[in-house]
Each structure stands twice: as C-alpha cells, then as structure tokens.
Design a protein around this ligand. Sequence first.
Ligand code: TYC
Length: 103
Amino acid sequence: MTTTKQDEFVLEAARTETRRPPLYKVLLLNDDFTPMDFVVIVLQKYFGMNRERATQVMLQVHREGMGTCGVFTKDVASAKVAQVVSYARQHQHPLACVMEETE
Ligand code: TYC
C-alpha cells in the first residue's frame, strides 16, 4: 500500500474490492423429441460454436443426459437460458436449458 507524506498528513490509498462475480454454467438437458439438427443450430446461434463443436456437445448431451454450453455471469446466463427456451418453444420443441452456479 502506498503512503505519501504531505505536510505531516499521511495519505493511504483506499483498499479496492477485488472479489470476482459468481459464474453460472448454462446446461442443455436431453429429451427424446427435440431433433439433433435443431440442438446443433441452437449451440451455433446462441453459444458461438462452429458446426463441429456444436455436434460434439449435442452428442454429449444426447448420450450423457446433460452438457455445458458455456460459463457466464448471472445476467448473461439468464438471458441465454431465456433465448434458448423461447426459440425452442417457437419451434414446438421441448428442449430444456437451465443455469447452475459454479463452485
Ligand atoms: N435425444 C434427442 C434425439 O434423439 C437429441 C437431443 C440432444 C435432444 C440434445 C436434446 O439437449 C438435447 N433426437
């Protein structure tokens, strides 16, 4: 911490708060009805993945039941979940997307 003497007064720099904001995983859940191609499009459109990466993540969700699309601050994660669910419902698919705080 820097201390500066000026005319007998001692000035100390205030300690700044450096705690990082909590982060949230956005997860896709498997179901038996949403088409694989639709899930790949969602991962490209909302999570910036290329077709190859989106296909890998979709297959992981299909085989293991769930998978991570990305890690974001609370507001961004919440917006992504809302966008994905809205887009899926517009297309009459039951695709489930949720967020979970990271440790
Ligand atoms: N299980 C779906 C099917 O066989 C594909 C799917 C993958 C659905 C990932 C949802 O999050 C999901 N058509």
